[in-house]
Write a protein that binds this ligand. Structure first.
Ligand code: UDP
Ligand code: MG
Length: 318
């Protein structure tokens, strides 16, 4: 099978029939063999009935997964990735904002130009709200700096992947925003982007609020940390814990020595316990020690983690 198209959806009943018709038109025009996997992320508006209807009419093409409750877009993608059988896997939002017409070119980029992942770039956005566009620009700028990927629109719902990519990454929590980074960390380095058309939402409303930016930043920091120090947390906590401890220890020695010098030379000096730097240095020593201990704990946690030896093997000769 050429293509698996995965559509995560939450309460998008009005859009689904139109989206499906559009996808099938483009796929037939381009002679792709394909499947469409609808992942219903706990909709309560009858989306699933529509998916069942489509399945009854196109049993070869339409597949579906229905969650018992709403888990989020990442879990929906995770289950879709698991089911996908196509050589190339495409993800697309259900709200008709992403255009299936972009798919053939993305597929070409993977097949001919050798990309592992092609991410959409909504160069001109039609979300209509500045509250979305400006934070999104800042957010993408930070994401570029942290991930080292030069993508303009990391979180675009429209993406195409070589099958290996989706079978080797694990999207969880709200990590769908950083799939290109996950792919990069799994060793897929050819990551490209393609400018895509974006439409205003035709039906329904957006499912994400402004908290997306707060959560997005926190997730970005976690990913950065996990990637850098996940397998050896002591290299982070140990280093900075020691640095802090040693600096503050030296500070305390200096404070003590100054005092001793003053006493032995008959100079009037304030009590050490009246010196604010003494307290700062003391706190620093305690914090440094704690950081060091956190490093040990983190090592224990990562040692007992099930995927501590989870390497992505590309080829084997036995
Ligand atoms: N979605 C989902 N589960 C959720 C939230 C959203 O499956 O918990 C789907 C949603 O139905 C849509 C896609 O994810 O197909 C993108 O969501 P939305 O259009 O609301 O995001 P926006 O375009 O505003 O960024
Ligand atoms: Mg949308």
């Amino acid at each position: 099978m050429d293509l698996s198209i995965i559509v995560p959806l939450l309460n998008e009943a009005e859009s689904i029939p139109e989206l499906y018709a559009w996808i099938s038109r483009v796929m037939t025009e381009n002679k792709f063999s394909y499947e469409v996997i609808f992942v219903d992320d706990g909709s309560t508006d009858g989306s699933w009935d529509i998916i069942e209807g489509l399945r009854a009419d196109n049993p070869e093409i339409v597949k579906g997964i229905k969650f018992r409750r709403n888990y989020g877009k990442s879990p929906a993608l995770f289950c879709g990735f698991d089911m996908a059988q196509g050589d190339i896997v495409v993800t697309m939002d259900a709200d008709l904002q992403d255009s299936p017409e972009e798919v053939p070119e993305m597929v070409r980029m993977i097949r001919e130009d050798g990309f592992d992942l092609v991410s959409g770039w909504k160069k001109k956005r039609y979300d209509g709200k500045l509250s979305k566009n400006i934070p999104s620009k800042i957010y993408n700028w930070t994401a570029r700096k942290v991930t080292g990927l030069s993508l303009h629109d990391m979180n675009c719902g429209l993406k195409a992947y070589r099958r290996d990519v989706v079978k080797n990454i694990e999207v969880y929590g709200e990590m769908h925003r950083y799939i290109p980074f996950l792919a990069k960390n799994a060793g897929f380095s050819k990551i490209g982007e393609k400018v895509v058309h974006h439409q205003a939402r035709k039906y329904g409303t957006t499912k994400f609020g402004l908290d997306r930016f707060v959560n997005g930043y926190l997730d970005l920091m976690s990913l950065w940390f996990l990637n850098r120090f996940g397998k050896q947390p002591m290299h982070f906590f140990g280093l900075w814990g020691s640095v802090m401890f040693v600096l503050c220890f030296i500070a305390i020695i200096v404070i003590g020595a100054t005092k001793l010098y003053a006493i032995t030379h008959g100079i009037r000096a304030t009590l050490i316990t009246n010196n604010p730097y003494f307290y700062l240095a003391l706190t620093g020593m305690i914090m440094g020690t704690l950081m060091f201990l956190v490093g040990f704990l983190a090592e224990l946690v990562s040692r007992s983690s099930q995927n501590r030896n989870d390497y992505k093997i590309e080829k084997e000769l036995k």
